[in-house]
Design a protein around this ligand. Structure first.
Ligand SMILES: NC(=O)c1ccc[n+]([C@@H]2O[C@H](COP(=O)([O-])OP(=O)(O)OC[C@H]3O[C@@H](n4cnc5c(N)ncnc54)[C@H](OP(=O)(O)O)[C@@H]3O)[C@@H](O)[C@H]2O)c1
Length: 228
C-alpha cells in the first residue's frame, strides 16, 4: 500500500490530485484551513485523513508534519500544492500581500518538506512535487507578489532536485497555466479556454509512474489557446 501527502487537497487542483490517487488505491493525507471541508472529504474516502491546518503558519505546518508521521511510517509521494493567489501590482497591492503569499506558497513547502524528509525513503522511486506556476517563469499584469512567491518556490524546487538527486528521491516542478478553480470563479470565459484541474492531476500521476531511474524534472502545462 502506497502513501501520498497532498497539501490543500479539499478543492481545485489538490482535490483532483487526490481523486486520481484514490482511484489508484493510495493511502492519502491532506489538509486545509477549513474544518468542515476536512470533515467532508474524510467522509468521501475511507483511505483518507484530513487535518485542519493553516500552512502559512510555521507551527501549524510542523504540527501537520507530525500528524503525517504519526499515521504513515513512510511517505512515497509528497505534493506541496497549497497556495493562494492575491492579484495586484507589486507597487499597489495591500501591505502584507508579499508576506502572505511567501508564507503560504513558499515557506509551507520548505517547512513541510524538511519535517517529512526523514520519512521519505531513499532509492525507492519516492517523489516530491512542488506546485509552481507559469508565474514561476514569467511575470504578467496583476501577477505582483504571487509571481514573486512562485519564482521562489521554483527556485526551491531546483535546490531540492540537486540535493536529493544522489539520494534517489525524485523532485518535480509542476508549472500550470490558467486552470479552473476558485481563483477563476465568475470569470466570463468559455469552459475550454482554461485547463481542467484534472489535466494537472493526470500529469502528476504519469510523472509518478516512471521507473526509479527516470525523473520528469518539470511539467509545463498551458491552455491549448495559450496564456490568458
Ligand atoms: N488555478 C490555477 O490557474 C493555477 C495555476 C497555476 C498554479 N496554481 C497553483 O495550484 C495550487 C492549487 O490552487 P487551486 O487553483 O486549486 O486553488 P483552490 O481551488 O483555491 O484550492 C486551494 C486549496 O489549498 C487550500 N489552502 C489554501 N491556503 C491554505 C493554507 N494557508 N493552509 C492550508 N491549506 C490552504 C484550500 O483550502 P482552504 O481555503 O480551506 O484552506 C484549498 O483546498 C496553488 O498552489 C496555486 O498557486 C493554480
Amino acid at each position: 500500500m502506497k502513501n501520498v501527502v497532498v497539501t490543500g487537497g479539499t478543492k481545485g487542483i489538490g482535490k483532483a490530485i487526490i481523486n486520481q490517487f484514490n482511484e489508484r488505491g493510495y493511502q492519502i493525507i491532506t489538509c486545509s484551513r477549513t474544518a468542515e471541508d476536512c470533515k467532508a472529504i474524510e467522509a468521501e474516502m475511507s483511505n483518507l485523513k484530513a487535518f485542519q491546518t493553516d500552512m502559512s503558519k510555521k507551527e501549524e505546518v510542523l504540527r501537520f508534519g507530525q500528524q503525517v508521521k504519526d499515521h504513515f511510517n513512510q511517505i512515497d509521494i509528497l505534493i506541496n500544492n497549497a497556495g493562494i493567489f492575491i492579484p495586484g501590482l507589486s507597487s499597489e497591492e495591500e501591505d502584507g500581500a508579499l508576506e502572505a503569499m511567501i508564507e503560504t506558497n513558499l515557506y509551507s513547502a520548505y517547512y513541510l518538506t524538511r519535517s517529512l524528509l526523514e520519512h521519505i525513503p531513499e532509492n525507492k522511486a519516492s517523489h516530491i512535487f512542488n506546485m509552481c506556476s507559469i508565474a514561476s517563469i514569467m511575470a504578467y499584469p496583476n501577477g505582483g507578489s504571487y509571481s514573486i512567491s512562485k519564482f521562489a518556490l521554483y527556485g526551491y524546487t531546483k535546490v531540492l532536485r540537486e540535493e536529493l538527486k544522489p539520494k534517489g528521491i525524485k523532485v518535480t516542478a509542476i508549472l500550470p497555466g490558467a486552470t479552473w478553480s476558485n481563483s477563476w470563479k465568475g470569470v466570463d470565459l468559455p469552459e475550454d479556454r482554461l485547463m481542467q484541474a484534472d489535466d494537472v492531476a493526470k500529469s502528476i500521476v504519469v510523472a509518478s509512474d516512471l521507473s526509479a531511474s527516470a525523473v520528469i524534472e518539470e511539467i509545463v502545462l498551458r491552455p491549448q489557446l495559450g496564456d490568458l
